[in-house]
Design a binder for this molecule. Structure first.
Ligand SMILES: *Cc1c(COP(=O)(O)O)cnc(C)c1O
Length: 237
């Protein structure tokens, strides 16, 4: 069994190769380690191997880990990437650096109101329902423009870009399609301050890099199989 530092190295090598073949600088893509269901010691191990960005899906679970890792607070960057209920916006606004899963103006307004004034603005990505699946999280493709403009006006938030979780696809061409759509959607917004495409996970990071991803959200390939079933992404892998 490969250790966390070994698996991290494998992921970094995949990223380097994909960037090289897409003729992109290797530092144009940030790696976000998705640590849901894995304990604070796993995060500490990844930290020691050089990782700084971590993604969590469940508020309570994340708070417990942040407490165990309080000594690293100034060095870690915490991203909230799970479904966000209105009654959880305050803890998220008070404890995270980024939120990737904003899909309604109401949530964004609450996050802005609740972001403490002594903290930097909360960095925001809008989650887009890129496959237009009726049951899925995310703002619909047609509503992104209006939401992006409204969110960009909120004082305590900084809108950075778009995020999506496409349905799993087997081959590279099929994996690239939704990532391509997300990139084109962001370009069509014509908001030059947006610099983040949060797309690509363990199975499709190469396709995401080919389509311009700037932030990969990788869990399984770094930490191994999750310690319990996770309902927040597709389970069809
Ligand atoms: C779990 C999760 C990931 C990581 O998925 P892997 O396939 O384990 O790499 C990425 N993004 C979100 C939103 C997730 O919930």
């Amino acid at each position: 069994m490969a250790t966390i530092p070994e698996k991290l190295q494998q992921v970094r090598t995949r990223i380097e190769l994909a960037c090289a073949s897409a003729q992109r600088p290797a530092n144009s893509v940030e790696l976000l380690c998705v640590s849901k269901t894995h304990g604070p010691e796993d995060i500490r191990e990844a930290f020691r191997a050089g990782q700084r960005h971590f993604g969590e899906n469940y508020v309570q679970e994340a708070l417990e880990k942040m407490e165990s890792l309080a000594d690293l607070r100034d060095e870690l960057c915490w991203h909230f990437i799970g479904p966000l209920q209105t009654n959880k916006t305050r803890v998220v606004a008070e404890n995270f650096d980024w939120v990737h899963s904003v899909d309604r103006l109401k949530t964004a307004q609450r996050l802005s109101e609740q972001r403490p004034s002594d903290m930097p603005p909360l960095q925001i990505c809008l989650q887009v329902n890129i496959d237009s699946e009726p049951s899925k999280q995310g703002v619909s493709v047609v509503d992104v423009v209006a939401l992006a403009h409204a969110v960009s006006q909120l004082p305590r938030l900084k809108l950075r870009g778009l995020m999506s979780i496409p349905a799993p696809a087997r081959d590279n061409a099929a994996q690239r399609r939704p990532h391509c759509t997300l990139r084109e959607l962001m370009e069509s917004l014509d908001m030059p301050s947006l610099d983040t495409l949060s797309m690509g996970m363990s199975d499709d990071l190469e396709a995401a890099i080919q389509e311009g991803s700037t932030l990969l959200r990788v869990g399984t390939a770094i930490f191994g199989t999750r310690n319990r079933p996770d309902k927040s992404t597709h389970s069809a892998h």
